[in-house]
Every structure is written in C-alpha cells, then in structure tokens.
Design a protein around this ligand. Structure first.
Ligand code: YH5
Length: 258
C-alpha cells in the first residue's frame, strides 16, 4: 500500500491546485513502482496535528480519488469521517483506512452498506494528545482486546471478516518500547481471522533506533517492513514502494508464497 498524502505540510509549494497535481503525480509514480493499493489521506494524523473540517478534507481527497479511479488500482482513503468515506466510495474508493477504527457514528454503517474493505486501527488517545504519556499494563493484550471489540462491532453491523484488516497502530499513543513490543510480537495478532496491516514506514521508532532524520529512514523502513511480513503482515503501508517490493521479492523467492 503506497502512501499518498494530500496535506499542505507534505509539500513546500502551496496552493490548492499544486496540492492535487502533486498528489496525482506522486500516486502515478507509486503505481509505476508496483503499488498494489494506494492510500489517499487528506488529514494529517501525525502526533500533535489538528483536525480539518469535512469540506476541506473533501476538497483535498476527492479530486485525487477521481483522477486515480480510472487507473486500475484499488484506492483506499485514509479518513475517520463518514461523510468523506461515503463521498470517496461514490467516487471510486474501495477501501476505508480509519485510524479511529470506525468509531464515529455511521462509520460502520457506511462500510456495511457500501460493501467496501476497511482497516481498523488501534490508537490510544487522539492525534493531538496521543504521544503525551501513553500507558498500558500489557500493550499486546490491550491492543488486541480493542481490535477484537471493533471486529465484533463491525460484524454486528453486517461487515464480514473478509472485508476487514486490523492494524496495531504503530506510533499512535505508544512509546518506543510499546512499538518495539508490538513488532516483536506481531505474530500474536495473526489469530483473529482477519488480515493484518502495518504502518512503520519512516516512523519515529526507526529514527530512535538509527538516529536518522525522517528523510533518511528508507533502509530502516525496509527492514521493519520485511520483519512485519515475516511475522504475517499482509498489507504494508509504505512511502518507498519500489524498495519495499524488491525486499519482498527476495523474501518471497526464498520463502515461497506469492
Ligand atoms: C498506520 O500506521 N499511519 S499517518 C510520522 C512519520 C512518518 C509517517 C515521523 N496512517 C498509519 O504515516 N494508517 C498513518 O515520521 C495510518 N496505519 C494506518 N492504517 C502517520 C504516518 C507517519 C507519521
């Protein structure tokens, strides 16, 4: 899954048109690099970030979804807002990637009635406060319990397990140690009857390990992606599609599978 940000802080140049144009150009590049899914996001969810309104998120996301819908690649939309979900699906998106695990009123209903795929992610707190003091008794148990509850809620709303993907949410209300523990024990998440998505690409955990700044985390990101894959992750949400695909090709050639 290639990451396509449609947020002003991702680009030095400004203006609404440039934002759309850059996102489409970047998405086209990721398709060339071999992405199997593109994840389009119009709201920054980095630690400390603030929310944008529905209208602004729609202005950012919809033109990009529309341009990519005809390009023969499944489109995921990174949003927590049911109105954005519905509009994006009408425009051609086939997957909802919700860091808020479909907890907004009507989010479950949109996914259920539209029959699209959905990723439900664990987060402790909200983006504006999640990294202030994350605490768990047992991070694995607590993240799993939350995801199990959300799978149950989704099924009760008429969503099948085949539609669902779970994600432990690296960096979302977790300390460095919490993130390490989750990656170390990622195999524990493989017994829930749903596929697992992992987003580690360029995240601060890799910066802490290597001492590298965010634009110099490609190699550590590949290492993390491969570790996650060996432990059973089925979808890797990444910035560097070609490098990740090459690493997976070597792994698959040796270990088998496709
Ligand atoms: C995720 O894990 N993450 S947005 C900080 C970085 C680099 C990257 C400091 N959306 C996830 O990618 N959706 C995001 O450097 C996500 N899983 C799912 N499902 C944060 C991000 C990032 C943050």
């Amino acid at each position: 899954m290639g990451i396509v940000n449609v947020t002003p802080d991702s680009f030095s140049e400004n203006g609404k048109f440039a934002l759309t144009k850059n996102a489409i150009r970047h998405a086209t590049q990721l398709i060339k690099e071999g992405a199997d899914i593109l994840d389009i996001g119009g709201e920054s969810t980095r630690p400390g970030s603030i929310q944008v309104c529905v209208e602004e998120e729609l202005r950012r996301v919809l033109p990009v979804v529309e341009a990519l819908a005809s390009m023969n690649i499944p489109i995921s939309v990174d949003t927590s807002k049911p109105k954005v979900m519905r509009a994006a699906i009408k425009t051609g998106a086939v997957m909802i990637n919700d860091i808020n695990a479909l907890q907004e009123p009507e989010a479950l209903e949109v996914v259920s009635t539209e029959g699209v795929a959905a990723c439900i992610m664990h987060m402790q707190g909200k983006p504006h406060n999640m990294q202030i003091n994350p605490q768990y008794c047992d991070v694995i148990v607590e993240v799993k319990d939350f995801l199990r509850q959300r799978i149950d809620a989704a099924q009760a709303a008429g969503i099948s397990k085949e539609q669902l993907t779970i994600d432990p949410g690296f960096g979302f209300g977790k300390t460095f140690e919490h993130n390490l523990q989750i990656l170390r024990h990622l195999d524990y998440f493989m017994d829930m009857g749903v596929s697992v998505l992992v987003g580690l690409s360029r995240k601060s955990m890799l910066g802490e390990i290597t001492g590298n700044a965010v634009d110099d985390r490609i190699h550590s990101s590949i290492s993390a992606a491969l570790l996650a894959a060996t432990k059973g992750a089925r979808i890797l949400r990444v910035h560097d599609v070609k490098a990740t695909k090459d690493a997976l090709a070597v792994y698959n050639a040796v270990i088998g599978q496709t």
